[in-house]
Design a protein around this ligand. Structure first.
Ligand code: ADP
Ligand code: ZN
Length: 818
């Protein structure tokens, strides 16, 4: 009998591919293992086994696999089922899901670059011929592709050799240039063996009387040991004793101290925090907890709607505790920007080293480590806290998914495919895993709240802040009048200046929110009105004062600021709009004695940059923090009494049906950073339009009213959640071709589908990275089986692809576009 496997290749290919395997291979292979397979003329890919069977493909002669890469599955059957669902629902290929789900270190391919590492240290007598050849080549070349290595060793199957050399650390793969994989070693110290008796110790201390620094270090070591009873890190000893590296080094050299190293899991918990005792829930929290339990009993998802600082985290902790006690795993999902060390520390303080963190700022190796820990149901990955991609981890016994800040639109992946919504995909996963799911927010999304209201979800509410802390007082400041009367200093109304002064005098901290980064988004010529445009995208460049540059926020293009208008030569350029950088600068003029920090995309690029700013603000090294969206999420600062919103109008005027919902959520969340302790916090919202209904609803914290109004509008104008939106984007370099092609596509859709087809229409930014964009919006009735609509769309795409002049046009689907 012949044996075959169907595999998923990590590329946008509709179909599975079939390869031939031997009898032994067939006995060994299991679904979810990786194999290296040839594909196309000379490429080798890592593919995932999807099915093992005995029927040869009808239309092509199957190739043989190159190699088996795992000795057991790294992906579970439930995962594959979930990924297939994502591919079907979000209209992409399973390969695209696999590519985005697996840590890239799992996906070796023939384009992977191989680089020399420590060739000199390798014992050549231990090498196989092929390994030797590869290293020999790398002595003369700085990098090789896998395909080149195939040519050099003259064998098809080179991955085993490459892997062996990686193991021996003779070579490294391209991804590792930036993040070389070493188990992380941490240096510890203890007292040298010679000093293990009391007498010897005394002798030692006596002998050190004339070396006070050294004796201080030894004494500090004692006191640390007495305190923690755990191994002492060199860095901790340095801190505790105030002794320099040199002093410690000389003690080690003398044998008084003994240095040793412990291999630590780089994603692990360092055990340094205090383990917190039991949490006892207050009445409201307890009631919410019980409501959630009850809806779990009815097999329902539960929405936890709790105002900011009501203690949702504590409720989650109780829920997590419960599933852990049943021997199950828990997943805590957060939007990327809300995933802060503050929250991680809180969970670790409670659960110690059972907490693992998984997100994109971690290296590929850290991600592989966590992947394996989850797969093996390791103690240290019983709770995974992560951004949306944590949804793809190989949980074997998942008991609970928490989706915190469920209203956040950044749960939806925008680019590349799969363009999935992590909250929705989490609910489906919970269903497949037979596990519980709780969604939490202080400002639930309209769709989740609707589901809760009609009983599809359970609803648990918490309306009080924890510890009888009051909700902040919200004041709207009309800056239209002030501007007319020229009573503004820069972007600061008198009222805002006044309250800032008061807070500073009280030694309290302040957060100022401005929706834009950079200095003044646009520089405009006062004579002709020209502003510099990005050559690749249909947007104006924005001014960044720090580097004195104009930059494109879409593609990263930049140029030096021009002194005169490019168009008319006039030298009076004016700044329009304003960003965080300008707010910071104005503050420095208005309050020269205050320490001002800034948090936006520009100041938080490095892995720990974000944490540094938060910590520094937490430690009160700054008085005022100016920031974008980033300051709104899940942060818990004790000493912030005032939150200022520089300008609410730019949020409200955004041309999108969700603009009002979003503004309400964002403003409520920022406001929620104020007054998290006894003293009532204050929030000032500067606006040209203080009577705007959303601002009124924010200032009276009237979520219900906002909800009722928004639902009414959505029903009137046919928007979600009443129906589903599928956005189809077509892209091409050629403007005319794109127009024609998108018209063809839209017409075909109109012919076949009864649903509303809108467009094609150019989006607000109609050209990005040299490609023109055009959108077609499809509004699909909820009652209709959506699979049918998608099939029709796919059929139309097939005919579209058959038209030769449209070949270059890219088609992108975004299901449930938000
Ligand atoms: P939310 O996530 O709802 O905004 P948090 O969970 O951050 O609220 O809670 C706000 C503050 O109140 C935190 O500092 C938290 O430690 C504290 N807190 C809330 N509930 C409790 C509790 N049951 N016991 C002790 N502290 C609590
Ligand atoms: Zn650009």
């Amino acid at each position: 009998m012949e044996h075959f496997i169907d595999v998923v290749l990590p590329i946008p290919l509709e179909k599975l591919f079939t390869y031939k395997i031997s009898e032994q291979e067939s006995d060994f292979l299991k679904v979810g293992m990786r194999v290296a397979v040839p594909f196309g003329k000379s490429k080798i890919y890592t593919a995932l086994v999807y099915r093992i069977h005995n029927s040869p493909p009808q239309v092509y002669e199957p190739k043989e696999i190159h190699q088996i890469l795992d000795d057991r599955p790294i992906v579970t059957a439930v995962q594959l089922k979930h990924w297939q669902w994502i591919a079907d629902y979000y209209m992409c290929t399973l390969g695209e899901v696999v590519r985005s789900a697996l840590p890239s270190a799992f996906l070796l391919e023939s384009e992977t670059l191989v680089l020399p590492n420590r060739i000199e240290e390798i014992d050549e007598s231990q090498l196989k011929d092929e390994e030797f050849l590869i290293l020999e080549a790398l002595r003369h070349q700085s990098a090789l592709k896998i395909s080149e290595i195939v040519a050099i060793v003259d064998r098809k199957n080179v991955l085993p050799f490459v892997n062996k050399l990686v193991e021996k650390r003779a070579i490294q793969l391209k991804e590792e240039i930036y993040e070389q994989y070493k188990p992380k070693l941490v240096r510890y110290v203890r007292l040298g063996e010679a000093y293990d008796s009391e007498e010897k110790l005394e002798e030692l201390l006596n002998s050190l009387t004339r070396a006070p620094k050294q004796s201080q270090v030894v004494l500090s070591l004692f006191s640390l040991q007495a305190k923690t009873k755990k191994p002492i890190k060199v860095t901790d000893l340095e801190k505790e004793s105030g002794g320099s590296k040199a002093v410690i080094k000389s003690l080690i050299a003398k044998g008084i101290l003994d240095e040793y190293q412990i291999k630590t899991d780089r994603v692990g918990y360092d055990g340094s925090g205090q383990i917190q005792g039991q949490i006892s829930l207050n009445n409201e929290q307890q009631k919410a907890f019980e409501t959630i339990q009850n809806s779990f009993q009815d097999n329902k998802v539960c929405l936890l709607y709790g105002v900011t600082s009501s203690g949702k985290t504590e409720v989650y902790i109780k829920l997590i505790e419960q599933v852990l006690s049943e021997g199950k795993q828990a997943l805590y999902l957060l939007p990327e920007i809300a995933l802060t060390s503050q929250l991680i520390n809180r969970l670790q303080a409670y659960f110690g080293n059972k907490v693992a963190v998984y997100h994109s700022k971690y290296s590929i190796h850290e991600r592989v480590e966590t992947w394996n820990n989850v797969l093996n149901h390791q103690e240290k990955a019983q709770i995974v806290i992560g951004a949306r991609s944590a949804l793809f981890l190989p949980f074997s016994k998942l008991g609970l998914i928490v989706v915190d800040e469920e209203h956040e639109s950044s749960f939806k992946q925008f680019d590349p495919a799969p363009r999935y919504h992590a909250r929705d995909a989490a609910i489906v996963l919970a269903n497949f895993q037979n596990c519980k799911c709780v969604l939490g927010s202080a400002t639930p999304s309209i769709e989740s709240y609707k589901n809760a209201k009609k009983g599809k979800y359970g609803l648990a509410e918490m309306k009080q802040r924890y510890g009888s802390v009051l909700m902040p007082e919200i004041e709207l400041v009309d800056i239209k009048e002030a501007t007319r009367k020229k009573r503004m200093k820069g972007h600061f109304s008198e009222r805002l200046q006044e309250t800032i002064s008061e807070a500073l005098n009280e030694g309290e901290q302040i957060i100022l929110f401005q929706n834009r980064r950079g200095f003044a988004p646009i520089i405009e010529c006062t004579a002709c009105g020209h502003s510099s445009q990005c050559p690749n995208c249909d947007v104006s460049l924005t001014y960044h004062q720090f580097k004195n540059q104009l930059r494109c926020h879409y593609c990263g293009y930049y140029m030096a600021l021009q002194l005169a208008c490019e168009a008319c030569g006039n030298s009076t350029l004016d700044k329009k709009g304003f960003g965080t950088e300008q707010v910071q600068q104005e503050l420095e003029l208005l309050f020269p004695e205050a320490k001002v920090g800034r948090m936006d995309l520009d100041t938080t690029r490095g892995k720990y940059a974000y944490e540094k700013i938060i910590t520094s603000f937490e430690q009160q090294e700054m008085d005022i923090l100016v920031g974008t969206q980033m300051v709104t999420k899940g942060l818990d600062f004790r000493n912030v009494s005032l939150v200022g919103i520089m300008n609410a109008d730019s949020l409200l005027n955004f041309p999108d049906y969700r603009a009002h919902e979003r503004s309400f959520q964002l403003l409520t969340q920022v406001a929620g950073r104020a007054g998290r302790t006894k003293k009532r916090g204050k929030v000032l919202i500067q606006t040209y339009n203080p009577y705007h209904q959303i601002l009124q609803q924010v200032s009276s914290t009237d979520y219900e009213k906002m909800y009722e109004e928004q639902i009414y509008e959505r029903e009137q104008y046919n928007y979600p959640p009443e129906l589903r939106i599928i956005k189809i984007t077509l892209k091409d370099k050629d403007y005319n071709k794109l127009n024609e092609a998108s018209q063809w596509f839209a017409n075909s859709l109109r012919n076949v589908l009864k649903d509303t087809v809108l467009g094609p229409e150019f989006p607000v930014v109609s050209r990005i990275r040299r490609l023109y964009l055009k959108n077609i919006i499809l509004k699909v009735q909820k009652e209709k089986p959506v699979a049918q609509t998608k099939n029709s769309i796919k059929r139309i795409e097939k005919s579209f692809n058959a038209i030769s002049q449209y070949k270059s046009v890219k088609v992108i689907y975004n299901v449930d576009h938000i």
